[in-house]
Design a protein around this ligand. Structure first.
Ligand SMILES: CC(C)(COP(=O)(O)OP(=O)(O)OC[C@H]1O[C@@H](n2cnc3c(N)ncnc32)[C@H](O)[C@@H]1OP(=O)(O)O)[C@@H](O)C(=O)NCCC(=O)NCCS
Length: 226
């Protein structure tokens, strides 16, 4: 299935035209976001089963205990999860996954974030924020229609917490000594109202901000290289 359906030029960023996630949503039919940039083409899309080992390797390089290849394969092939990646010039540099609890007896579907990882050499360029926005877009869209999402995060994971706060997650509790190597408490975060028009605005603004970060970091790298 072709996944490149929509393209956006970044030459107007930052400032200029904000990214309109609703427009992208219509154009790409939920399959992919594609952004053209002087430093490369950035694509977010669902992962294919043959990419499970690459995703597992990326996660193992950033997070322990990490998700196995077979679990990634199940998430990709199954109906009860969402698994996606972010690519620069067709190279996978980050992955994210969520399990979905389907709607039941009047309760709306909920997304449980498994993890998100960006390769260390690509961290801090807005790509984690971009991929989180894409994952939440998949969870909130058809066929899952999630209205809530939850996750656990290390209390000291500043970058991840910054992303989740920008998406509207708030902390609702602590799991004491939940993580090992090193031992650390986990914060339990929830995001509500994912079907609201306000959440569509949050998604659009988050992607715009991610694109600005990517643009600024690219300019910075160019200056360092020259
Ligand atoms: C957490 C992670 C996914 C973030 O992805 P990233 O691409 O590095 O982050 P981004 O560049 O999108 O930055 C998002 C925000 O965090 C901030 N940030 C990024 N790295 C940071 C750091 N080391 N310290 C403080 N803030 C940081 C950015 O400034 C940005 O903030 P802003 O929205 O206010 O501008 C990535 O660092 C990672 O893979 N970490 C290891 C795995 C992990 O911890 N996953 C989360 C499990 S819950």
């Amino acid at each position: 299935m072709p996944f490149v359906r929509a393209r956006m030029r970044l030459s107007q960023l930052p400032g200029g035209n904000a990214f309109d996630v609703n427009q992208c949503h219509t154009l790409v039919d939920d399959t992919a976001w594609v952004f053209q940039h002087p430093s490369g083409t950035v694509v977010c899309r669902p992962l294919r089963v043959e990419e499970a080992s690459f995703a597992a390797a990326i996660e193992a390089s950033r997070f322990q205990p990490s998700t196995s290849i077979s679990t990634f394969e199940s998430l990709i092939l199954g109906q009860s999860g969402v698994c996606c990646g972010i690519f620069i010039d067709e190279t996978l540099i980050g992955c994210a996954a969520a399990n979905i609890t389907p709607a039941l007896d009047g309760f709306a579907s909920e997304a449980f974030f498994d993890n998100i990882s960006i390769l260390a050499e690509h961290s801090g360029r807005g790509l984690g924020l971009m991929l989180t926005s894409y994952l939440l877009n998949l969870c909130s869209g058809s066929p899952h229609h999630c209205s809530r999402a939850t996750l656990e995060v290390r209390i000291g994971n500043v970058a991840a917490k910054q992303i989740y706060a920008r998406m509207g997650f708030t902390c609702h509790g602590i799991r004491k000594r939940y993580y090992s190597h090193p031992t650390e408490d986990a914060e339990i975060h929830w995001l509500e109202n994912m079907q609201s028009p306000e959440f569509r605005v949050v998604l659009s603004e988050s992607v715009s901000h991610a694109l600005e970060l990517f643009h600024v970091k690219h300019l910075h790298r160019s200056e360092v290289d020259s």
